[in-house]
Ligand binder design. Structure first.
Ligand code: C5P
Length: 404
């Protein structure tokens, strides 16, 4: 599975660095080509000679070779890599990665790398549990770095707790899982709707909602990271899609969103995820002039229903396409979500409730329950939107592969 894969292994100064020898051997045995970067401190724990011999490549530590001036370009190392794995990753290196410090080759390569990055933390239990370390790990996770969780057990200090680096065999499994996930969506087109819509009342006013598009953009990145071509029909948001695999179709109103989404669906999307908070009603007519304040009494605005994009796709749904809807509910969530799943002919509905603290609009976290057409219900815990996005995509993968 790792045949021909280019893996850059970063080794930092932890006692677990001795395990890097076994790790390199396992990666090479699986067919990967491995280049090792070390920090100065790591050289005290394991010799460059050992890792150079096992990886069959010279070890890189300095920006240049002081003997002959040979330059070790972090840019070309970063571009060469299909995966940048940092194992062991010390608290120090994790903190520098989280803040962008670039004072050694291992770190400049991290900043230059375009490939997926994984870290296997190794440290004493208190350092690992410290709020600073946990918040650095959370920052990295949010930026898409895969964290290979340390184990609980006896540590070099003699203390017992969480912080011991995952064993090389476990890291190898995690690396394989990363590569298998990465390619799983190659050749597939995923259509997503995102954000709010704006329904103009007059030249200065409009009706909208609190949606920020964060959940949809997180989903778009996960699908794109796994190789899908993503078409993102987005209402007005302050976010920017990062991956080159994402094409954004900006829209403003519900009518524009419906038109563009139906066009892209008909162009042949394999999976459609309707994540946008589309206005359900729009003014019956847009006035050309600003509405003036009435002298007295209330002002009534005539609203007409918009087109329900999800329900329309439900009516014209191709048997080979998979559709996912979202249900943001304020009360009796499960019942309403199940009803939407049926009514809009969806394969899966992602339910979140505004009653959940930390879930819903404008937060960076979410807690969702996934309800499939077959009736299976899977409840998640409160996680970052990126992690929730990963869980949702994992679940879609499972459902698609079981229905094949
Ligand atoms: O009925 P409700 O708006 O709560 O349903 C939510 C689901 O339907 C979401 O997936 C949302 O993106 C989708 N929807 C839509 N077009 C609309 C309204 C909702 O696609 N006009």
């Amino acid at each position: 599975m790792l045949k021909g894969k280019h893996i850059v292994l970063g080794v930092t100064g932890s006692i677990a660095a001795y395990k890097a020898a076994t790790l390199v051997r396992l990666l090479v045995k699986e067919g990967a080509e491995v280049k090792v970067l070390m920090t100065e401190m790591a050289k005290h724990f394991i010799t460059p000679l050992t890792l150079a011999t096992l990886s069959k490549n010279p070890i890189l530590v300095e920006f240049y070779n002081p003997e002959n001036g040979d330059w070790n370009s972090h840019v070309s190392i970063g571009l060469w890599a299909d995966l940048y794995l940092i194992a062991p990753a010390t608290a120090n290196t994790l903190a520098k990665m989280a803040t962008g410090v670039a004072d050694n080759l291992l770190l400049t390569t991290y900043l230059s790398a375009k490939c997926p990055v994984a870290v296997a933390p190794a440290m004493d239990l208190d350092m690992y549990a410290h709020t600073t370390t946990q918040s650095n790990l959370e920052t990295l996770r949010q930026r898409g770095v895969s964290i290979i969780e340390p184990e609980s057990g006896e540590l070099a200090s003699g203390l017992v707790g969480k912080g011991r680096m995952e064993e090389p065999e476990g890291i190898l499994q995690a690396v394989k899982a990363l590569f298998s996930r990465q390619g799983s969506w190659v050749g597939k087109t995923v259509l997503l709707t995102a954000g709010p819509t704006r329904e103009e009342i007059d030249p200065v006013r409009y009706i909208t909602n609190h949606s920020t598009g964060k959940m949809a953009y997180a989903l778009a990145e996960v699908f794109a990271d796994r190789g899908a071509h993503v078409e993102l029909v987005s209402g007005p948001v302050h976010l920017k899609a990062q991956s080159p695999n994402i094409t954004v179709y900006p829209v403003v109103s519900a009518a524009q969103m419906a038109e563009r989404t139906l066009e892209r669906y008909q162009a042949g999307a394999d999976v459609t995820v309707l994540c946008a908070a589309v206005a359900d009603y729009t003014p019956a007519q847009r006035l050309d002039r600003k509405i003036k304040r009435e002298k007295k009494g209330p002002y009534a605005l005539d609203l007409v229903p918009t087109q329900d994009i999800a329900a329309t796709i439900g009516q014209i749904k191709r048997a080979d396409s998979f559709t996912v809807g979202f249900a943001l509910e304020t009360d009796d969530a499960l019942h309403h979500a199940q009803d939407k799943l049926q009514r809009k002919n969806l394969d899966l509905i992602v339910m979140n409730s505004l009653e959940d603290p930390g879930a819903g609009f404008a937060t960076d976290t979410n807690r969702v329950t996934l309800i499939s057409k077959q009736g299976a219900i899977k409840s998640g815990t409160l996680k970052s939107k990126k992690e929730v996005a990963s869980d949702i995509v994992d679940h879609i993968e499972e459902l698609i592969c079981c229905n094949d």
